[in-house]
Design a protein. Structure first.
Length: 184
């Protein structure tokens, strides 16, 4: 397998987030944020796995998307800052996110610019979010998402499988699946 499509990234991330215990609505937001990061060529999978033990980045990103800041807002000790910014991109308002040695700008529902050596930082940082006035110069070109590390992909798939209902004889007899005869 060469990589995942953006649709596969979004679906896998959403199912894994739901399997990690997030609500379906928040899990769908996580899926879209993972897609934004993948489209910009940034890592996304570790952040989604990290939500299974600490949902705070997803909650902060959703809060910033639902109520974009009118001035500077600081989130202290927040992990996966690029993921938080990707979630906040749903606000469709230009926002600048900065943390030590990194800056990421979102606008129009996507990542516009990302710079700095600590862009893919996973540990807790103090994250600053602020609105941007005026038009942006351009956007990052879209990239094909790669395949996450095998161990991380296995964790994502395990979380995603938690959303599946196991088959049973009772469900088959009630009409689920092919029932007792499978002659397709």
């Amino acid at each position: 397998m060469d990589g995942l499509s953006l649709n596969e990234v979004e679906t896998l991330a959403a199912k894994a987030a739901r399997g990690a215990g997030l609500s379906w609505g928040l899990a769908e937001d996580v899926g879209r944020a993972a897609r934004r990061l993948a489209a910009a060529g940034r890592p996304w999978a570790s952040a989604v796995v990290g939500l299974s033990t600490n949902p705070r980045p997803a909650l902060a990103g959703a809060r910033l998307a639902d109520a974009p800041p009118l001035g500077s807002v600081q989130e202290r000790g927040l992990g996966f800052p690029a993921f938080v910014a990707a979630m906040a991109a749903a606000a469709f308002r230009p926002l600048r996110f900065s943390w030590p040695e990194a800056e990421l700008v979102v606008a129009d529902g996507r990542i516009a610019m990302a710079t700095g050596p600590s862009l893919d930082h996973e540990g807790p940082v103090d994250l600053l979010a602020e609105p941007i006035a005026g038009p942006l110069a351009g956007f990052m070109p879209a990239r094909e998402p790669g395949l996450p590390d095998a161990a991380v992909l296995a964790q994502l798939e395990a979380l995603a499988w938690l959303t599946a209902v196991p088959p049973s004889d009772r469900s088959r007899l009630a009409g689920a699946g092919a029932g007792l005869q499978d002659n397709d």
